[in-house]
Design a protein around this ligand. Sequence first.
Ligand code: RIB
Length: 302
Amino acid sequence: MKYDVILLGSINMDVVVDVPKYPEYGDTVFCNSIKMIPGGKGANQAVTVGRLGKQVAMVGAVGQDSAGDQLIKNLEKQHVDTEHVLRIEQEGTGTFVATIDQTGENTMMGTKGANDAITTADIEKVFSDIEAEILLVQMETSRESILAAMKIAKERGMFVILDPAPADGIFEEAFSYADLVLPNNQETERITGVKVIDQATALQAAGKIHELGIPNVIVKMGADGSLVYQEGETTFVEALQVNAVDTIGAGDCFAGAVACEFLNTNDLVAAAKFASIASGIKVSRTGGHDSIPTLEEVKARQ
Ligand code: RIB
């Protein structure tokens, strides 16, 4: 079966804690709300691709639990093909606790659970059934699944996008199979040692990432825009000016949108502009997958 994008990635249940102010270490505080919301970097990216009108196959894993049932149903509702989502008996569904404060900024911690149980054999089986133009992958599933998918995609001549997120999951071996990486500030610092504080430091970091053998780089600086390094040329792309209320999954929305617009234009600057609008709209509203914009909503802001 042929898709636009194969999306290997995490599928998690997020426990989103909305606090007026982050507690000090050792404090106990009351919060505004606690909600269970479908998440996972992979699932967030897959839903973005689906809502932006492209055919997407989700490759991932959940446990044999009620969270797993709910997450698969949710993906189907969002027009994501879940035929290649595995159910793992021995592991629970990945779960993240995400705190968000009045600035919209978030902090997360979680377990990989079933995401970490995907094997090389699983990936080889899936890829014998499906094909696509683009592989989009992050670093929250097992190391062997990431490497196997990237290697096969590369051999097939697919365009391989690696979102090196989260910083805690980064391993360098994956870089050799990527056509594009799009790190945020924390991930960029983890990869290069350069703290990104402005366009000059973003450019310095992009150069260092390119020296690792990766042809294309987009350094995501959140509200400060993004820096695109494509075929030796750099372009700064402004962020959409919005009032940010919820940044959870903003980077995932950006990555999914880059994949979609790159399919249309074959140009990463156009893709980053489109993705800045999509992720800007996303952070301006609360909620999980339903806050990811549709194609019509992004086009209306272009
Ligand atoms: O990028 C946000 C996502 O990171 C959350 O949905 C959480 O599940 C983690 O994967």
